[in-house]
Design a protein around this ligand. Sequence first.
Ligand code: PEP
Length: 246
Amino acid sequence: MRNLVIAGNWKMNGSQTFAQEMREALDNAEFSERITTVVFPPFLAIHTMLGSDKFAVGAQNCYTEQSGAYTGEVSPELIADAGCQYVLVGHSERRTLLGETDQVVAKKVKLAVSAGLTPVLCVGETLDERESGNFKDVVEQQVVAGLKELSGDEVKQVVVAYEPVWAIGTGKTASADQAQEVHAHIRSVLNSAFDGAGDAISILYGGSVKSENAAELLGCADIDGGLIGGASLNSKEFITICRIAA
Ligand code: PEP
């Protein structure tokens, strides 16, 4: 049985006041025991969200080393030491805006697992790649490259998030069929590359998920939850999506 995960990526949003309000709202919400709820606040709001028995907390990024003279960076070990359980790796905004390569992503994934964190490896094709028809190859390459430093056992600690770049923050969502097609492909790639591990790995969908489209997307056989951006900034909407999931 795979873990059902609903995760909120706040991106570069989340003042101290916002975090306190969100903390209160999520602490007072009733979540089904069948889902794991995770929030990814910006680093400076993580402390406000830690320690709840309703949801887990993750960082939106980590560095490629565990310690040392890397001013301004935060390592997986420090993220775990602070009390986080998750870290996002390879989000398309970091790949596109900050030049994060598959090699960097693979290193971060490996260090995150070594630190005891669950990395959420984000993959997804651009609009050009979707329209050219080779989107499944692009996603497959990102998955295999991102996990290449892990052993077969380690790979089971990872969550994968399929986020078509053309659907992130655009209001355009992949249809359930489009999303299911890629999720099934990712699972079969994971199964063949990692000795059947794909059946145990949660694969989340991300890209303009909101309460109106959550049921259809989360109802797909190979979609094990969602990575929610914009809609996770509204506590009511985020809680509603969690309820729809389970
Ligand atoms: C995201 O940032 O991971 C995301 C899916 O954003 P949105 O839901 O706003 O498209």
